[in-house]
Design a protein around this ligand. Sequence first.
Ligand SMILES: Cc1ncc(COP(=O)(O)O)c(C=O)c1O
Length: 400
Amino acid sequence: MHLTERINRIQASPTAAVIAEAEKLKLRGVDVADFGPGEPDFPTPDHIKKAAIKAIEENKTKYTATPGIMPLREAICAWHKRELGSNYEPKECVVNVGGKHAIFNAVSVLIEHGDEVLIPAPYWVSFPDIVKYAGGTPVYVATTPEDGFAVKASAIEKAITPKTRLLILNSPSNPAGGVVPPEEFERILAVCKKHNIWLMGDECYSHFVYAPHKPYSIASAKDSKANVIIVGSVSKTFAMTGWRIGYTLAPEAVVAASNKLQSQSTSNPTSIAQYAALAAMTGPMDAVPPMLAEYEKRRKRIVEGLRNIPGVTCEWPGGAFYAFPNISSFLTNGPNGHALAKNCTELSRQLLDRAQVAVVPGEAFGAPGYLRLSYATSIERIDEGLRRLEKFFTRVEAAV
Ligand SMILES: Cc1ncc(COP(=O)(O)O)c(C=O)c1O
């Protein structure tokens, strides 16, 4: 069958593949310690669910304006101003079908064939494929564990060429929890301005940062608007992954173009979900601090547990809800003196088959030698998973 060159340029999301494998085992009754899913395990807060039910009862179940209902666009601008210090108007805001869709649309309207897009690595799995689908070329900028996986302005500047059009900067980051401090973010903005390139801030995890970090948006910086595109989402902050509501805040022309693309593809995001998001953005934020406190407890448990396994190193993630241990020593020298596997993809497969632990291999994020473990799961499951991991990595007979 002929499929387009365009679709053959990309691959299915590797995180989705791991989740599907783990789900298959669970369906067969296997008890999987599942560190795969990148989504909160908390329920959507009640007042948000009630707003959706009310919207259904009031028959708000029809098409809406393509960029979203005006009260929601106003609420997103007001929420972003209050929480993150920006200054956008509804004409600079479009509601999308999740943060991923916001990124997809923005990249589609800005990137031409041959354009280069800077992506700090380790990176979220979807960035490179979204760029490739648009015809662009991802250019990876390495970050280091010593710097907490937070990219530096100097590294960005070195990677810029005459073809560079955009930098996608996700802070706090998935998968490594890297948080770019405000001063460095401003230096990065200055570099982008100097070279006339766009800075896209992916703020999906904005409210899940651990002290001393605080929620921060580059849109709060002086004179940032002309070069900045903000993409955000209610998915993580309000435990609303399934509702599929994200947003773009950007100069009017970019928003209008994203809206045009949306008008010929998805149309408006689901009306009912928009009313739920409106309740999220205008209602109390009191579900967020308990979630953050719980993530912080789990972060401590999992990072300390991983560090206790000989041969594993693990940094403290500054934000989001992923631990990102380095297990590269096992790829050269396992407990019986041989490599456990040739790469992390193979190792993750073994972990699932032999220890019933689901993790995402670092190769998916451009970080061979690492594994991503989501700690959006209970302390009990974290402890169970750690027991299995320790056994796997220390027992000689586990080696191939
Ligand atoms: C870094 C990052 N950006 C964007 C998204 C998109 O989230 P959603 O499409 O659910 O808003 C995710 C989801 O995992 C993510 O990890």
